[in-house]
Design a protein around this ligand. Sequence first.
Ligand SMILES: NC(=O)c1ccc[n+]([C@@H]2O[C@H](COP(=O)([O-])OP(=O)(O)OC[C@H]3O[C@@H](n4cnc5c(N)ncnc54)[C@H](OP(=O)(O)O)[C@@H]3O)[C@@H](O)[C@H]2O)c1
Length: 399
Amino acid sequence: MGKALIIGAGGVSNVVVHKCCQHSDIFEEICLASRTKSKCDAIKESVKNTKTVITTAQVDADNTDEVIALIHSFQPDIVINVALPYQDLTIMDACLATGVDYLDTANYEPIDIPKFEYKWQWAYKEKFEKAGITALLGSGFDPGVTGVFSAYAMKHYFDEIEEIDIVDANAGDHGYPFATNFNPEINIREITAKGRFYKEGQWIETEPLSEKRTYDLDEIGPKNIYLLYHEELESLAVHIKGIKKIRFWMTFSDNYLNHLQVLQNVGITSIEPILYEGQEIVPLQFLKALLPDPASLGPRTKGKTNIGCIFKGTKNGEPKTYYVYNVCDHEECYKEVGSQAISYTTGVPAMIGAMMILKGLWKKPGVYNIEEFDPDPFMDELNKCGLPWKENFNPTLID
Ligand SMILES: NC(=O)c1ccc[n+]([C@@H]2O[C@H](COP(=O)([O-])OP(=O)(O)OC[C@H]3O[C@@H](n4cnc5c(N)ncnc54)[C@H](OP(=O)(O)O)[C@@H]3O)[C@@H](O)[C@H]2O)c1
């Protein structure tokens, strides 16, 4: 059916490539391109028994002209951006210049300001409309499936959704004293930022990790969850009509938080460059170099993730609650594709989003967040592609 250019060769990319290759009728050819070509070659080598034709290439995605040249030579139908959020705009520019659809899993963030928001990418809406191409933003799990869950709840169960609590729990154990499950730089920037949630038209800021609850999660048990700001809050506050409150919660172990506290106290999570022996270094980038590569956690991680959305609203004038979530097993993911569940839960929805566009089901010119599309075909594919979901019509609510 089509050709996909996949940019980035980290943990998430490994899953996207494997899952595309399980759907060779749709992804007939893929080109895997990244800054370090040897990582692309290693992913290619790890894929067995597929009819998808895989090629690899070197590209610096910070350089729009390089991406344009690669698109001209490979002629893809879609570009799947699973590099870093810093590359979103340069890759979108390349898609505009060549008339190719675009998909990513994380919204743009300037490298020198730890502040992600959609304004930069939403500003491309008209240009994409005029070019007749689709940009699907945030097709991972969160953002991604959480937006699809919200659209599904709205379509099937509610007349009005008043409150959403997104709960992202990871009970995986990789055996290291401290490691992050995806890119450490992006992960630590997100967690050390102030918390924020939406309430009645206002954004309310909280000190980092200051709001804590305990929540009992299916297949995982009770866990401490902490309020964070997360990018889908911004788009859901716009797209879920009538919404009054949205919060995002994530689990952290005490051990993780203790390590993070010490790292912050000594200043090694800072993004302010410092001079070290005459050379300028960014402390957080140096820390990234010290920490285990998230892609290496796969064979060591045991346990499960549970990520989902709890909704409160009304249907036919009656109050209603609904919880939809996925439970994913780190070891099962590793057995299937050689990655742990954090990469898996991101990579599978990225592949499904691309499938929706290539099949023409979600093809409309412009720049869209995932909750703006019909959720039903995506929800069906989640069940078929390794991320089955469960429903609870009487969930415990978070105060
Ligand atoms: N929505 C979600 O649920 C969710 C969850 C987790 C992660 N994510 C997002 O998924 C993306 C990938 O995460 P990951 O854990 O796979 O990260 P990762 O392991 O660090 O991989 C990132 C890849 O991008 C490549 N890259 C970086 N800069 C590049 C450039 N200028 N040109 C070309 N390639 C470049 C890196 O190349 P090198 O190998 O040379 O460094 C690396 O291969 C990130 O944007 C992350 O925020 C989304």
